[in-house]
Write a protein that binds this ligand. Structure first.
Ligand code: GLN
Length: 237
C-alpha cells in the first residue's frame, strides 16, 4: 500500500495516442511510470493519465480491453485522473462519465486546428503556461461543482472535478511540467487520504461483522480492509 513512501505510481493509458511524452515528463518529476494496456495494471496505481489522440479510437480500445470499467473503478476509489485533449473527452459525461462536464469535439474549428496560447491556469501561479492545442475540444457544459481553471474565448479548457483534472491542450509537449506537477500533488493528497481511510475502515472491518469485510473486498479499487482483501493491491509497500 502506498502511504507516502516511495515514488508515486502513475499509469499512462497506452491504448492510442501520445503516451510517451507524458511518461518522460512524469519520470522527470520523480514518478514511477507504467504504460497501461490491461485492466489489472490499474490496481496498483496512484494516478492515471488519459492522453490525447483520437477519443473514438481510445474509447473503443478501452471497451475492447476491459479498461473502461477498470478506469471507472480507479476513479470511484478516489484515485486521480489527468485527461488531456482526447483524454478530456473520454472522461466526460457522454463517455466514461467520470466528471460532470460535456465536451465539444474539435471545438475550435477548421481554421484553427492547431494553435498555441499562453494561458493562466488556476493553481499554477501567475506565470502563464504555454498551451498547445491540437484539434482541441472545449467544455461545452458543466455542473456547478466543476472548477474552471482556464478559459479560451470564454470556453473552459482546463477543469477540475474532484479527482479528475482535464485539459483541452497538450501539457506534455512543452518543457513546462507544472500541470503534471499539479496532478502529482493531487495523487499525493489522495494517496494520503485513502491510506488514512484505509486505516479507519480496516479497524471498522476488524471490529464489526463480516459484511463490512465483504463490502471492502467487493471494491477492489479501494485500498484498505484486511490485508487479505487487498493483498494484490498492496504490492508489499
Ligand atoms: N480531435 C481529437 C478528438 O476529438 C482530439 C485531438 C487530440 O487529442 N489532440 O478525439
Amino acid at each position: 500500500m502506498t502511504s507516502g513512501e516511495g515514488p508515486l505510481r502513475i499509469g499512462v493509458l497506452a491504448v492510442q495516442g501520445d503516451f510517451e511524452a507524458h511518461r518522460r515528463m512524469l519520470e522527470a518529476l520523480g514518478a514511477r511510470v507504467s504504460e497501461v494496456r490491461a485492466p489489472e495494471q490499474l490496481e496498483v496505481l496512484d494516478g492515471l493519465v488519459v492522453p490525447g489522440g483520437e477519443s473514438t479510437t481510445i474509447g473503443m480500445g478501452m471497451e475492447r480491453d476491459g479498461l473502461d470499467s477498470a478506469v471507472r473503478t480507479h476513479a470511484e476509489a478516489g484515485r486521480p485522473i489527468l485527461g488531456c485533449c482526447a483524454g478530456m473527452i473520454v472522461c466526460d459525461r457522454s463517455h466514461l462519465g467520470l466528471a460532470d462536464y460535456d465536451c465539444r469535439r474539435n471545438a475550435f474549428g477548421r481554421q484553427l486546428q492547431s494553435f498555441e496560447q499562453d494561458l493562466r491556469v488556476v493553481g499554477l501561479g501567475d506565470e502563464p503556461l504555454r498551451a498547445v492545442f491540437i484539434r482541441a475540444p472545449w467544455v461545452e457544459e458543466h455542473g456547478a461543482d466543476v472548477e474552471v481553471l482556464a478559459e479560451v474565448e470564454g470556453h473552459p479548457v482546463a477543469v477540475r472535478d474532484g479527482g479528475v483534472l482535464a485539459v483541452a491542450f497538450h501539457p506534455e509537449l512543452t518543457d513546462d511540467s507544472r500541470l503534471h506537477a499539479l496532478f502529482m500533488a493531487m495523487c499525493t493528497t489522495s494517496t494520503r487520504t485513502s491510506s488514512d481511510t484505509a486505516r479507519t475502515s480496516s479497524d471498522t472491518a476488524r471490529t464489526s461483522s463480516d459484511t463490512s469485510r465483504t463490502s471492502s473486498a467487493a471494491r477492489p479499487g479501494v485500498r484498505g480492509g484486511d490485508a487479505g482483501d487487498v493483498g494484490t493491491l498492496d504490492d508489499g509497500r
